[in-house]
Design a protein around this ligand. Structure first.
Ligand code: HEM
Length: 507
């Protein structure tokens, strides 16, 4: 997929044009790029459709609500960087990687423009169902790794090489322990910024910040390592998908969600139990609950020995989607690959995720375009965008979802008490949002109030229900092989993200 800015609102046409560009390039250079099938554009729907029948379950539909949502989003600035959680920072970006494997909402721009809030109204239900398209296959199948335009050669996935700087002193030292294959594969430099050094990967968003781009590299390398143990392409893809599903279900989920809720959902899905034919990406997950990860993002990371204080802005810069390798370098310079031991559980851990609460770090209020220019107004402010997107797409309130799930909703006073600042509390009170809380914000404030370092009961239930249900229906699902256990880790039956990074030769 061609470069699409992380601030851009997508249409199916944009995605198709991007894919066509890649196909034309492949043909012109006769490169051995695998042109996989264009993923089916699948549908979104509501996990709790009956909540849509009563306006009391939604935010009030008027101009004041829109202004209040903007004020609430703007009350979420965290200029301090926030408090560390106990969760190693790798799980923030594994979370983003999972997001990019399963959901890419296209077309909501046709339903209303969140960047022109003066005329913003919730879209009609039928229009939402007919218009919204998911440009990813929604299952845990790693289409973001394997799909068009990811190049491969025989059984092996192509990995890009870093550009050597020839340095022998910090900050231009080649990162120790790393070989040359530590970038995503890319197109060559070009005058047209839309294709300039564009990552040749299944989902362009995995070149949006350097941590997720390095995660993509790790998955490509893990595939090749499995081939190195004797598997052909199909076997390696199946094994990688299964180990990835295991990591999502048994490593990621219990760290993010209440473990009791994860365990009961693994035993039985209570709320998302549609048959295959009815599979859809739940809007309450994609537009609200699963965006919890925005709060875990840090403003700075101890990235590697050269950059122990890398800013989020630098991590955007050292990608082609959100930045521009400085000096016109064709690929990632060899002083920038990540040192994963600083991000994962273990002795070397130096980066913990920011605690999940109702604040987002400053760079998330300064999003940039595909060529690194600051975006204007609301486009730049992720918190405001999430809240307005939720309004446009008829997100129920947190209280309505809690009641539906038979969970006692947080009281207005508990919500006001958990507000991150006095100003946020004032917005919650004056808008009435402490009684009817936008779902994304509810999931965050519930985590802050009662989650003890994880999502609370409503957030945990939505996230676990959806990820477990999607894993059940994935191609090569581990649920299809009763008793399936991981085989690729150091200990049979155990496999966490550290093991995947070790398999990839990255840890
Ligand atoms: C530096 C990291 C990240 C950046 C810059 C970023 C930015 C964005 C932006 C600009 C959007 C579109 C907002 C809109 O207009 O509706 C978005 C959507 C989304 N983000 Fe993030 N995000 C990041 C990390 C994460 C993480 C860690 C998670 C979850 C663990 C996450 C989950 C989501 C989800 C579920 C969506 C909706 C996807 C779709 O259906 O299209 N993001 N993000």
């Amino acid at each position: 997929m061609a470069r699409i800015g992380h601030g851009e609102t997508l249409t199916v046409a944009t995605i198709e044009v991007a894919r066509e560009g890649v196909r034309a390039l492949n043909e012109s250079v006769r490169s051995p790029i695998a042109i996989a099938k264009v993923p089916d554009l699948k549908r979104f729907d509501y996990l709790f459709p009956d909540l849509q029948n009563d306006p009391k379950n939604l935010l009030a539909e008027d101009a004041k609500t829109v202004q209040d949502l903007i004020a609430l989003g703007d009350s979420m600035h965290d200029p301090t960087g926030g408090v560390d959680s106990d969760i190693p920072a790798v799980y923030t970006y594994l979370g983003q990687f999972v997001d990019h494997d399963i959901t890419l909402e296209a077309e909501s721009g046709k339903l209303g423009d969140i960047f022109k809030p003066g005329s913003l109204k919730p879209a009609k239900l039928d229009a939402i169902r007919a218009t919204l398209k998911n440009a990813r296959t929604m299952t845990l199948d790693l289409d973001s790794v394997y799909d068009d335009p990811a190049p491969r050669s025989g059984d092996l996935m192509t990995v890009g090489t870093v550009t050597p700087l020839g340095g022998n002193v910090v900050p231009i030292l080649p990162v120790p322990g790393k070989d040359a294959f530590n970038d995503v594969p890319r197109k060559p430099p070009a005058a047209d910024p839309r294709i300039d050094r564009e990552a040749l990967i299944g989902d362009a968003r995995n070149d949006e910040n350097l941590v997720i781009a390095q995660m993509q590299v790790a998955f490509l390398r893990a595939h090749n390592a499995i081939v190195g143990k004797g598997s052909n392409f199909d076997e390696a893809r199946r094994l990688l998908r299964q180990h990835y599903q295991w990591v999502v279900l048994h490593d990621f989920l219990p760290r993010i969600c209440q473990p009791r809720i994860v365990a009961s959902t693994l035993a039985r899905n209570r709320w998302y139990k549609k048959r295959d034919a009815d599979l859809f990406m739940p809007l309450e997950f994609a537009v609200a609950a699963y965006r919890f990860g925005h709060s875990m993002i840090r403003a700075t990371y101890d990235h590697n020995l050269n950059f122990p204080d890398a800013t989020l802005l630098q991590l955007f810069t050292f990608t082609a989607l959100s930045g521009d390798f400085p000096g016109g370098l064709p690929t990632l310079p060899d002083n920038w690959p990540i040192q994963w031991d600083r991000f994962v559980e273990g002795k070397g851990l130096r980066n913990r995720a920011r605690v999940i609460d109702t604040k987002l770090v400053e760079p998330l209020f300064e999003l940039t375009s595909a060529i690194g220019n600051p975006l204007p107004g609301i486009e730049a402010r992720l918190a405001v965008r999430n809240l307005l997107r939720g309004y446009l797409l008829r997100m129920p309130t947190g209280q309505a979802v809690a009641k539906k799930l038979k969970i006692t909703p947080l009281t207005a006073s508990a919500i006001e008490k958990a507000a991150a600042t006095r100003a946020q509390k004032e917005v919650l009170k004056s808008s009435g949002f402490s009684k009817r809380t936008p779902l994304w914000f509810y999931v965050l404030i519930e985590a802050a109030a009662i989650g003890k370092g994880r999502l609370g009961p409503v957030g945990s239930t939505i996230v676990a229900e959806v990820l477990v249900a999607l894993a059940r229906r994935s191609e090569s699902s581990i649920f299809d092989e009763p008793g399936w256990k991981p085989t690729l880790g150091a200990k049979k039956g155990k496999f966490i993200i550290n093991d995947l990074l070790k398999l990839a030769g990255e840890l």
